[in-house]
Design a protein around this ligand. Structure first.
Ligand code: FAD
Length: 307
């Protein structure tokens, strides 16, 4: 059996693997796609001490760093179910989609998340060419430009407030007849001079000139009319979906499907730890996921020592 078995090969899983392996314990890592969301990222400019890198370059660096230690890397493998240890000292079982069963004294869950897509024409075509999902990551690219934020929940309104300070103008677009964000955020948003709020608006298309985003079309759900807005960027803020469907019943999940953890990254199941975007950790970022991955691995090691 493994001492530490990690699920996920993104920043959180890779950090956990390096930290666990450096303790000299038997470490395995199962990843559907090594690198995770970083593989889909163009420029990364907020990974402290590296002013600029590209997603695929960082993903390759994560893999190289893990490969420097004797970690058993199972890339291209998907975990289907987790059965935590039935009693203290027993082994947890990880079942893979291919039918294999892996056993380990401790588990670190780092399966990450994905941004919910709006699924309109232009979204995929203009991804990284004006269509963005992460205001902390891509906001500065739109300095002085006109952007829209789709989604009037807390994340959409927070993104609009954030972007209003960087860009020339922000249009917030909400499908419902009212915003769903907390009142205090809505008040702040409405106090900003360069923000327009449009409700009852169904985005129908993200338009572009072939190279970059030039605007967006929406249907006014009250009048039925279609309207166009001219823009340089569109931030889609309609939810982050944690990849945790397969963990239901094994560990406690929040109502958003995020893995509940404490400050030591311990889940509700003894010997099972979790890190990164799949958890309730606030702010989904690479540096944060890596820090949490390190914490989860050190907690797993601490658990091994006490077993
Ligand atoms: P992920 O990166 O999501 O990795 C999850 C891993 O788990 C993957 O290897 C995946 O294949 C694997 N996995 C999932 N389910 C299973 C399963 N059942 N079995 C086996 N493996 C599984 N952050 C920044 O800090 N700066 C940026 O500039 C930035 N830009 C971004 C741009 C885009 C387009 C996106 C999408 C995100 C961006 N982020 C950025 C956010 C950042 O990528 C994430 O916060 C970070 O990758 C989270 O790391 P993670 O390890 O928790 O999860």
């Amino acid at each position: 059996p493994y001492d530490v078995l990690i699920v996920g090969g993104g920043p959180a899983g890779a950090a956990a693997a390096v930290y666990a392996a450096r303790k000299g314990v038997r470490t395995g890592i199962v990843a559907e796609r090594f690198g995770g969301q970083v593989q889909d990222t163009a420029g990364i400019e907020n990974f402290i001490s590296v002013p600029h890198t590209e997603g695929p370059e960082m993903a390759a660096a994560l893999q190289r760093h893990v490969a420097e230690y004797g970690v058993d890397v199972m890339n291209g493998q998907i975990a289907a179910a987790l059965v935590p240890a039935s009693e203290p000292g027993a082994l947890a079982e990880l079942r893979l989609v291919n039918g294999a069963v892996l056993r380990s004294k401790t588990i670190v869950l780092a399966p990450g998340a994905r941004w919910r897509r709006i699924n309109v024409p232009g979204e995929t075509e203009y991804m990284t060419k004006g269509v963005a999902y992460c205001p902390h990551c891509d906001g500065p690219l739109f300095k002085g430009k006109r952007v829209a934020v789709i989604g009037g929940g807390n994340s959409g309104v927070e993104a609009a407030i954030d972007l209003a300070g960087l860009t020339a103008h922000v249009t917030l677009i909400e499908y419902d007849s009212k915003l769903r964000a907390d009142g205090i955020l809505q008040d702040k948003l409405r106090s900003l001079p360069n923000v327009e709020i449009i409700v009852s608006a169904q985005t129908t298309e993200i338009r572009g000139d072939g190279a970059k985003v030039t605007g967006l079309s929406y249907r006014d759900r009250e009048s039925g009319d279609t309207r166009d807005i001219t823009l340089d960027g569109v931030f889609v803020q309609i939810g982050l979906l944690p990849s945790t469907e397969w963990l239901k019943g094994a560990v406690t999940l929040s109502r958003f499907g995020e893995i509940e953890i404490d400050r030591r990254c311990a889940t509700s199941a003894p010997g099972v730890f979790a890190a990164g975007d799949a958890t309730i950790v606030p702010y989904k970022q690479i540096v944060i996921a890596m820090g949490e991955g390190a914490t989860a691995a050190l907690s797993a090691f601490d658990h091994l020592v006490r077993m």
